[in-house]
Design a protein around this ligand. Structure first.
Ligand SMILES: NC(=O)c1ccc[n+]([C@@H]2O[C@H](COP(=O)([O-])OP(=O)(O)OC[C@H]3O[C@@H](n4cnc5c(N)ncnc54)[C@H](OP(=O)(O)O)[C@@H]3O)[C@@H](O)[C@H]2O)c1
Length: 435
């Protein structure tokens, strides 16, 4: 680490003063003394940067150290540790992090999009320049899951890591169950409360946000390169209140799970809605809460639960990274040297096997149920349970079928026929049962 010559002062730059960066800026000022007591180092914020200098912000900023172009900071200021809090997967976020690492500046970021996409090259760059690249806040906000995997569970052989990694979707699913309000209505509420982005909540809802986190968790858990393989990713946009109500009657809950595991020596990563039993631990992680479960040897199952987003929890993780750097030692960003991290073959998504919940909206006519069950039988998908609810007034019926386990490819091939059957009013909703 480049150090301030004369004393124990470490110079800090914060790039991005939005929800996270601005809160962090304030926290660093408030906790200066505490940080000094805990690490023996004084911190000094020497540069801050955002897009708009005159924007009205929640906390007052020191405009004398403000940079409109963060790339100019290095030629004018000596920086020891840089926080990147802009949030792009490429663009200025990538440029500033690369420039910092090349200038032997330690980097801390909550930016999962950047790490999931460029984590491997950035880690190499950090190692080459003998500085730290820390990203605890990029996965599950305030939950210290990355450090737990890198340090607390360091000698365990982890074979699976999974959990609820997106607070927005968990809030929406919980609220739909608790209030019987529709997806759209609850999404509006989530936006009002600041749980979902007002403009474009798509990346939370379609599973992409959770997926970026799963990719980072896999790399750390299995000592592998970040996978680039195509994956099974589904969000919660197609979950209807009806599904949540039916699940409820069956003692189940819908949860958006991120799952990463090694199956037959191959890496399987996925994010999709799951039906989980109300009696399970994961079935009771509600609201904006996140939870990550690891299965390792010899430790067994470990669970970490907490708030997965928001300035407070995120900044708690950012500060934990800061204290780790201030206390010393250069650590490998992904726990082991980049040269030792291997690429791993991806498990074929078609072979993923689950019991299925299938909801059909059909014309209330004789023969429709047997049409469906015959089709399932043709593909050797055996039925565990059928619930049929007629809607006489509209001459419709809802048929819910819970199947025994079958593969993705088999289910997909089986269901194609229902795309164009006049008695099946909509393509059936499919939700996988977890375990
Ligand atoms: N929000 C959360 O709860 C949360 C939780 C965990 C992780 N994260 C991660 O934290 C990061 C930041 O998220 P956020 O919610 O704080 O985002 P945000 O509120 O949108 O803030 C982005 C900041 O970046 C600044 N910015 C944009 N372009 C810039 C440029 N070219 N140069 C300098 N600054 C620029 C913006 O400036 P202006 O203010 O002037 O527009 C703004 O201050 C993301 O990676 C996100 O995934 C967020």
């Amino acid at each position: 680490m480049l150090m301030n010559k004369s004393n124990n002062i470490r110079n800090i730059a914060i790039i991005g003063l939005g929800q996270i960066g601005l809160y962090l800026y304030n926290e660093l000022k408030l906790k200066k003394k505490e940080i000094e007591i805990k690490t023996g180092k004084k911190i000094n914020i020497v540069a801050i940067s955002a897009k708009n200098k005159t924007k009205k912000r929640r906390f007052k900023i020191d405009k004398k150290i403000f940079y409109s172009n963060p790339l100019n900071i290095f030629s004018e200021k000596k920086v020891d540790i840089l926080f990147e809090c802009i949030g792009q997967s490429d663009g200025v976020s990538k440029k500033i992090v690369e420039k910092a690492l090349k200038n032997k500046v330690n980097v801390i970021t909550p930016n999962k999009a950047l790490i999931a996409k460029h984590g491997d090259t950035l880690a190499k760059l950090a190692e080459k320049n003998n500085v730290n690249l820390e990203f605890e806040a990029s996965v599950a906000g305030g939950i210290p899951i990355l450090r737990t995997i890198k340090e607390g569970l360091a000698t365990n052989k982890i074979k699976k890591v999974y959990g609820i990694l997106n607070g927005t979707t968990n809030y929406i699913l919980t609220e739909m169950e608790n209030t019987s309000e529709t997806f759209d209505r609850v999404l509006q509420k989530a936006q009002k409360l600041g749980y979902a982005e007002p403009g474009n909540p798509k990346l939370d809802l379609n599973g992409f946000d959770a997926f970026a986190k799963i990719r980072i968790l896999s790399a750390l858990s299995f000592n592998t390169k970040i996978s680039k393989a195509n994956c099974l990713m589904e969000g919660i946009e197609n979950i209807k209140l009806e599904d949540i109500k039916i699940a409820n009657q069956l003692g189940l809950r819908v949860k958006l799970l991120g799952i990463s595991e090694i199956i037959n020596g191959q890496l399987f990563e996925t994010v999709h809605p799951c039906l989980v039993s109300k009696n399970t631990y994961i079935g009771n992680v509600n609201g904006v809460m996140n939870a990550v479960i690891t299965e390792g040897k010899p430790v067994g199952e470990s669970v970490l639960q907490g708030e997965g987003a928001g300035p407070g929890p995120t900044s708690s993780s950012l500060l934990s990274d800061l204290l780790s750097i201030l206390r010393g030692n250069i650590k490998y960003p992904f726990g082991i040297s980049s040269s030792k991290r291997r690429s791993i073959k991806a498990f074929n998504n078609d072979d993923y096997t689950n019991s299925l919940y299938l909801r059909f909206e059909v014309k209330d006519k004789q023969g429709v149920l047997s049409l469906i069950t015959n089709r399932l039988a043709k593909y050797k998908i055996s039925v565990k349970r059928i619930i049929q609810t007629p809607d006489k007034k509209n001459k419709k019926a809802t048929i819910v079928i819970i199947t025994h386990r079958t593969t993705e490819i088999n289910a997909r091939n089986c269901l194609t026929i229902f795309k164009k059957n006049k008695n099946v009013l909509k393509f059936p909703t499919l939700i996988r049962l977890y375990n």
